[in-house]
Design a protein around this ligand. Sequence first.
Ligand SMILES: [Zn+2]
Length: 583
Amino acid sequence: MIARDEAIAILLRKYALLHALAHDGKANKGAVVGRLMAERSDLRGESKRVSGIASSVVSEINGLDQSQQNYALQQEFPESLRSEIQRKKEQSKKDSEKNVELPALEDARIGGVVTRFPPEPNGFMHIGHTKAAILGSEYAKMYSGKFLMRFDDTNPSAEKKEYYGAFIDDFAWLGITPDAIRNSSDDMERFYEFAEKMIAVGKAYVCSCSQEKMRELRGKGEECEHRSQSVSENLNLWRKMISREVGKSDATFRFHGDMKSLNTTMMDPVLFRIIDDPHPLLGNKYSVWPTYDFAGPVEDSLDGVTHAMRSKEYELRDQLYFEILKSLELREPKMIEFSRLKLQNTTLSKRNLKKFVEEKLVEGWDDPRLPTISALRRRGFLALAIRQFILSMGVSKVESEPTWDLLESFNRKLLDPIAKRYFFVPNPVKLKIANAPKVKVTLKYHPDKNFGERSIDVGDSFFIPGDDADDLRIGSNARLIEAYNVQIAEKNSSIVKAKYIGEERVAEMPKLQWVCEGAAIPMKAKIPGPLLINNQFNPDSLRLVDGVAESAARQIQIGEIVQFVRFGFCRMDSPGIAIRTHS
Ligand SMILES: [Zn+2]
């Protein structure tokens, strides 16, 4: 018997030393016993004896300083130490691989990479934008290069000043730091110079055909009469556009393309058009604005961008991008394309999102159902989870439609170790215990982090979740988590009556979170659901659940993310109202 105890003590000593090594010199008895039991199932019936031995072993190990512990490990269990070091090495390798999954860039050298993210300030940043932004900034980092943020703001009819700031805020929150922030509209004078050059080399003309006529000509593969105007005629008309001598329906500036091209983008696309709306930054200074087709390549070249990244939906426009640069004899960046990010049951179309906001189908741009960055932040997603989610998809060109579950799983892994646990009871039903013992229950704020605890004097009246109350049958047993077990005696829709039947944990007994009646505080939870079902707006996409929380929940700060036990992770949105992030 004594020899057997000694063998157990040696194993416990090994695990205690290993645990101490991984936890700043402090072994945890529960963890040490758990590891022994995992290996030696034959000892499970002797947990009291093992626990007794573990107490003295762990306190002895914790009495040593870390260098003594390491020495003991080397002397007594060199094999275990070696395999522990090996395991850690592999783990850290795995972790770093997980973070950097991006393949090398073609033609890239350290210090010589410039990337950019060109959002149009015509709406709020959403998760679809993050792909280009995160990939661009990650690649710049990978090559010690530069990452620019450039507002593609040359369509004043759609753009607003507030959107510039919102993008910059969302960038900051996402932890993306551009090396410079610029606006395409800063370069209007350059665009005008390049327009004249396009005319001079015969690559552009001013056209006064209507949209309908142009559509018809494209259908037939025919050119309009304006295409054969001389350089000086075109220059003259162009200058009239600039000086506002012609109106917006009378002139557009077109690329001299190919009306018979198989690529419709090349059929004399518009490069400049007259827009009368005031620009959010420049007011009425200009009325002739370049399209993205023109501004994009010119700006990329002027900005020194070496690797221009954009999603595959622009693929057909690549030919135009490079032909414009060739016509202007400007340096050509390398084009990197990746699949557009999609997400199930939601829309990443700015037009749709705007419609939902304007028609007040949602509360605003940060409504927790939306895929905007401000909404994800308000709902309780962490910037790091979004980053990990995006990087997990890499730069593949293959279209995929990841689910919210994947994004949630990254977030859950990050929240689990940092979120405090509280009891929240949705749709509360009263529970009355006939022979309730007077007990003090201590609840830890986290099962294995040292976040402190609170003590609750428990009486005979509780609130339990309505859904659970529905499921309880007369005569069945249930456990009030961390308190005791009860047997259901009778119930109706407003109250459940039960009796106390002991405190021992029984694995298969249903467990309920609870709130003492006398100490309950009101708490509501908003539960965001799928925004779209079958591509239609889901009118039941946001539910508001009434409930109560334990009094300790008063200390949850606005903006804090906690876990409501058996309910899910929640971010406190306003006093008494939490938003459920996910389960
Ligand atoms: Zn024409």
